[in-house]
Design a protein around this ligand. Sequence first.
Ligand code: PEP
Ligand code: MN
Length: 310
Amino acid sequence: MADRVFIGVLHYENSVKVTHFLGISGVKEVIPVTKTYKLVGREFQQENTIVKIGDAVFGNGSFPVIAGPCAVESEKQVLSIAKSVKAAGAKIFRGGAFKPRTSPYSFQGIGKKGLIFLAKVREEIGLPIATEVMDVETFDLVEEYADVIQIGTRNMQNFSLLRRAGNSARPVILKRGMSATLAEWLMAAEYIVEQGNINVILCERGVRTFVRHSRNTLDLSVVPAVKKESHLPVIVDPSHAAGIRDQVISLAHASAALGADGVMIEVHNHPEKALSDGPQSLYPDQFFTVMEKMKAIHAIIRKKNEDIPY
Ligand code: PEP
Ligand code: MN
């Protein structure tokens, strides 16, 4: 079958006449998109968007894992963790060089030095790099080193940053805002895609609720909801959702069962000494076990999907 090409009419003030396009040769269908988000919605594109980063494929039914520390602390630290997570089967290494911290007195990341250490990981361990960009000013620099750029929770509605990401050739992981609705999250993704960058991966990382037993509440139900509304891949970050190591393990298993397009997990070689997010970082051996279990759970889910199409 030949590929279908979708053409979207955007920024048009008046209502578009469907009949105007139907007569044109080569036009199969005209679909008025009723949602406020256009390009990222399923109304516009039924097929899943597939994002490839190195060996990792997001959106094709596989379950790639992104793993690494919250923050880059030293060259030795990232090389050691990267070696462990790669051996366990992770496909992308994560680590923040610029850290968005709630308190200005908390560790802010080591900046450019951290990006250089991450490049060393790519070179020596052979894993692509995911790292966060915090502002438009440092975008060029981060873009130079990252294979995939993360936009964090606190920046989900930083519209100038989203537009800049939309003009990047790098894929983007867009984390859900701390209290963002699904529509707000998709609209944020729309800012990136509207600028021409279709390679967006959504990441659920927990939302703020009244509970005290975890840092945030992982909104598992948002994954099937995203899949219904959007063609973009959606992954889960159980680490920032839980904030507590033991819960991260259970929620990682749940993410594999959920049919998410992957996970992002924080791993540290010495969590007790970590400069940020130590309590939620898994020890390398715990990560290894989680990987084994996620793989087994994902295999069952895939088989079921193939047996029972939905
Ligand atoms: C992170 O991934 O280290 C991070 C700061 O995540 P979030 O934006 O989800 O809080
Ligand atoms: Mn973190």
